[in-house]
Design a protein around this ligand. Structure first.
Ligand SMILES: NC(=O)C1=CN([C@@H]2O[C@H](COP(=O)(O)OP(=O)(O)OC[C@H]3O[C@@H](n4cnc5c(N)ncnc54)[C@H](OP(=O)(O)O)[C@@H]3O)[C@@H](O)[C@H]2O)[C@H](O)CC1
Ligand SMILES: [K+]
Length: 504
C-alpha cells in the first residue's frame, strides 16, 4: 500500500528482476505499459501526431519502445532523439531498431509548427545526473511552452526522483500532466516540486511483485496507515472522555494564532479547549465561546495536551513557560515560535530530547532549517532526510510542512502526504494543523497516528473546500476547522469494523 522507493532500491529490484528475464524484457514491458496509457490518454485514433522525446539512456530506450508500439497501433509518431556519445545499452539499441523499423519518423529537433495530441517525455529518468543544459534544456523548455497532454516516462525529465527537487540552480524540468513510473512509486514524484511536475502518477510494476521489492521504509500517507485510530463515540461518554487541549501562545498582536489552533482542536473533538496566553489576551472568543481563556503563566497544564507556539513570541515569559512544558509530562505539539525558541537554545533542545511524553513538531522548511542549523534550501533539497534527522535528534514525531508534507517518526519510518493544495499556503493554516495534532493526542491517539491523520485530514479538508468552489485562492485558515470536522466524521463512519464489544 503506497510504498515509495529510492532510486537505489529501484535499481536493486530492477537488477534482481532483469537477471531472471530475457534481455530487454523489462524495457519492453515498460514500453507496453506506457503505450497503453498513452492510447487511453489519446482516447482513440488521434487527429494530430504524437511527439516522442528519447534521451541518451534507458529512459530513451523506453521511449523508443513506446514509439514503436504507438506506430504499430496506427498512431502518427515523430521521434526526436538525443543520442548518447558512447554506445547505448543493448536493450536501448534493440528498442531503437524497433522504432526505426516502424512507421515512426525521426526529426533532429522539435518541429516548430508541431500540433501534438500528446508528448511523451523519455529524455531522462532515474539516471539524471546533473541539471539539464544545451539541447536537452531547450527541448524541455519547448515542451513546457506547449499546451497539450504530456506523459513523462518514469520521472519528469529534470526532476530528482528521490527529493522532488528540480536539479538546479535555475534548473528546468518537464511539467507533465501524467507520469507513468516503473517498478515502484518514488518519493520525488510526491514531495517538494514533485506534485507540480509529475501530474497524475501511475505505477507500472513491470511484473515485479511486491515480494521482489526491498522493504519500503517510506509510504504515501493514506488512510490505511492510520484509520484504525478513528473510533466511534459511545453514548456513555462525557466531555472529560475526550481530553483537554491547552494552546499556549498569543503574544501581543498575535492573539489570532492560538484561537485558530484552539478552534481546530474543538472542531476535531477535544473535550475541553483552553487558550493560555503568554501576554494579556482576550477574555473570550465571541465566535467560539466554548473556548476558555487563561493566563499561561499561572495555568495548570497537568492532564492537558499542550500545543505550544502559535503566536507565542520570544519573550522571557514565553521561554520560561516553554521550558516548564518541555520538562512536564503533557503530550506536546511544538509549532512556529516554540520551534524557533528551541532552535535558538541548546538548553531547550536538551530538555526536548530528554522528554518521555510524546512530542510532535510541525516545522515549515525554514523552522526545520533553524533546528538543523542549515539553510532552507538544504532542507528542501532533501526533505525526507531533514525530517528524519530532526525526528532522530529530538526523539520526536516531525511534520515537515510544504507541498508533499513529510511525516517522520523517531524509529526512521517516514510518510509523504498526498492531500492538500496551494490554498493551504495562507496565514494560520499551520496553527490549525497544530491544534488538530493536539486534539487527536488529547483523545488518546498514539503520536504516530495523530501526526499522520492530522496531516492527511488537514489537506483533505482543503481539497474538499476547493472542490466546493472555495479557493484555492483566498481559502482561509478559519474555514478549515469545520471542513476538518466533516472529514473526520466521515473517516469514523467509514472505519473498518472490528468484531466484539462496542468500540470505545
Ligand atoms: N534497465 C532496465 O531494464 C529498465 C530501465 N528503465 C528505464 O531506464 C531509466 C534509467 O536508465 P539510465 O540509463 O540509468 O538513466 P537515464 O536514461 O535516466 O539517463 C542516463 C543517461 O543520461 C545522461 N545524463 C544524465 N544527466 C544528464 C544531463 N543533465 N544532461 C545530459 N545527459 C545526462 C547520462 O549520461 P552521463 O553523462 O551522466 O554518463 C546517461 O547517458 C529509468 O528511468 C527507466 O525509464 C525502465 O525502468 C525499464 C527497465
Ligand atoms: K522522463
Amino acid at each position: 500500500m503506497g510504498a515509495l522507493y529510492s532510486v537505489a532500491e529501484i535499481r536493486q529490484a530492477e537488477q534482481a528482476a532483469a537477471a531472471q528475464l530475457p534481455p530487454g524484457a523489462l524495457m519492453q514491458r515498460a514500453g507496453q505499459a506506457a503505450a497503453r496509457i498513452a492510447l487511453d490518454l489519446l482516447g482513440g485514433a488521434p487527429a494530430r501526431p504524437v511527439l516522442v522525446l528519447a534521451g541518451p539512456g534507458n529512459n530513451g530506450g523506453d521511449a523508443f519502445e513506446v514509439a514503436a508500439n504507438l506506430a504499430q497501433a496506427g498512431v502518427d509518431v515523430a521521434i526526436v532523439h538525443i543520442a548518447c556519445e558512447g554506445e547505448p545499452s543493448a536493450e536501448t539499441a534493440h528498442a531503437l531498431g524497433r522504432a526505426r523499423a516502424s512507421t515512426a519518423t525521426f526529426a533532429d529537433s522539435i518541429p516548430d509548427d508541431g500540433q501534438w495530441s500528446l508528448i511523451v517525455d523519455g529524455l531522462f529518468g532515474i539516471g539524471l545526473a546533473r541539471p539539464l543544459e544545451g539541447a536537452a534544456r531547450a527541448m524541455v523548455e519547448a515542451v513546457n511552452a506547449v499546451d497539450c497532454t504530456v506523459l513523462a516516462l518514469d520521472v519528469p525529465s529534470g526532476l530528482d526522483a528521490d527529493s522532488g527537487a528540480v536539479l538546479g540552480p535555475d534548473g528546468v524540468a518537464v511539467i507533465a500532466t501524467h507520469t507513468v513510473t516503473f517498478i515502484g512509486d518514488k518519493p520525488g514524484l510526491h514531495t517538494y516540486a514533485g506534485r507540480d511536475y509529475a501530474g497524475e502518477v501511475m505505477v507500472a510494476r513491470l511484473g515485479i511483485d511486491e515480494a521482489m521489492m526491498p522493504g519500503a521504509s517510506i509510504h504515501l500517507n493514506e488512510p490505511p496507515m492510520f484509520e484504525l485510530a478513528f473510533v466511534p463515540r459511545l453514548h456513555a461518554s462525557h466531555k472529560g472522555s475526550f481530553g483537554d487541549v491547552a494552546v499556549v501562545g498569543g503574544a501581543h498582536g498575535m492573539a489570532g494564532a492560538p484561537i485558530l489552533a484552539a478552534r481546530a482542536a474543538l472542531f476535531s473533538g477535544a473535550g475541553r479547549v483552553y487558550v493560555a496566553s503568554v501576554d494579556h489576551g482576550p477574555a473570550y472568543d465571541n465566535v467560539q465561546p466554548e473556548l476558555m481563556f487563561r493566563d499561561a503563566a499561572t495555568h495548570n497544564f497537568a492532564g492537558s495536551t499542550v500545543v505550544a507556539g502559535p503566536g507565542m513570541g520570544d519573550s522571557a515569559t514565553a521561554i520560561r513557560i516553554l521550558a516548564k512544558l518541555l520538562d512536564g509530562e503533557s503530550p506536546l505539539v511544538l509549532d512556529a515560535d516554540a520551534i524557533n525558541l528551541v532552535a535558538a537554545s541548546p538548553d531547550l533542545q536538551s530538555r526536548l530530547s530528554a522528554r518521555h511524553a510524546p512530542s510532535i513538531l510541525t516545522p515549515h522548511p525554514l523552522e526545520a532549517a533553524r533546528l538543523l542549523g542549515v539553510t532552507a534550501g538544504v532542507v528542501q533539497g532533501d526533505r525526507l532526510e531533514a525530517a528524519r534527522e530532526i525526528a532522530a535528534r529530538f526523539d520526536a514525531f516531525v511534520v515537515l510542512k510544504g507541498s508533499g508534507t513529510v511525516i517522520a517518526m523517531p524509529d526512521g519510518e517516514a510518510a509523504i502526504n498526498p492531500t492538500g493544495n496551494p490554498g493551504l499556503a495562507s496565514a494560520g493554516t499551520g496553527d490549525v494543523l497544530a491544534g488538530l495534532c493536539g486534539s487527536l493526542l488529547a483523545q488518546g491517539w498514539p503520536a504516530r497516528d495523530a501526526a499522520l491523520a492530522a496531516v492527511w485530514m488537514h489537506g483533505q479538508a482543503a481539497d474538499r473546500l476547493v472542490a466546493q468552489g472555495v479557493g484555492p485562492i483566498g481559502l482561509t485558515a478559519g474555514e478549515l476547522p469545520a471542513a476538518i470536522r466533516t472529514v473526520l466524521n466521515r473517516m469514523v463512519a467509514q472505519r473498518p469494523k472490528r468484531g466484539g464489544q462496542p468500540q470505545s
